[in-house]
Design a protein around this ligand. Structure first.
Ligand code: 4NP
Length: 156
């Protein structure tokens, strides 16, 4: 199963989801069966490392984002991935407008997998302070638990 996390810049929220969920997959012993990637709807930060504030906040909870590099969503992602998970409703709308009709069921809101925050947005932390990055991690960890349970149920 191939899972793509998508935000706007691919330097804050989706790399955080990529690093957290990748770690959950490793801990569950599923690295052979699940692959994880992230991308942005915008092209501004292509090739860049994650925002240092995201990288530091994730590091403090045991997640390594240092090897990730930003890229933009590609048309082939819609056929390549099984699940394309948007961090907020704007990313979701942008993805649906790019997506071929037959692939639209693969596009979902990431927080629909969370037990504490179903269907909401992961707020963009880029212009805010440190607490925004902690909030992103709280939401991403919660949705990643639900997503892992969903993936395990599909693989069994
Ligand atoms: P992200 O956050 O979508 O979570 O990566 C942002 C990163 C950069 C910008 C906006 C949001 N920006 O305006 O450059």
């Amino acid at each position: 199963m191939k899972i793509l996390f998508v935000c706007l810049g691919n330097i804050c929220r989706s790399p955080t989801a990529d690093g957290v969920f990748r770690t959950y997959v490793e801990r569950a012993g599923l690295t052979d069966q699940v692959s994880v990637d992230s991308a942005g709807t915008a092209a501004w930060h292509i090739g860049k490392s994650p925002d240092p504030r995201s990288e530091q906040a994730a590091y403090e909870r045991g997640y390594d984002l240092s090897l990730l590099r930003a890229r933009q969503v590609l048309l082939e992602d819609f056929s390549e991935f099984d699940l394309i998970l948007a961090m907020d409703s704007e990313n979701y709308s942008n993805l649906l407008s790019l997506c071929p009709d037959e692939c639209k069921p693969k596009v979902k809101m990431f927080l629909s997998y969370s037990r504490i925050a179903t269907d909401g947005d992961v707020p963009d932390p880029y212009y805010g302070g440190h607490s925004g990055f902690e909030d992103v991690l709280d939401l991403v960890e919660s949705a990643s638990e639900g997503l892992l349970a969903y993936v395990q149920s599909k693989l069994c």
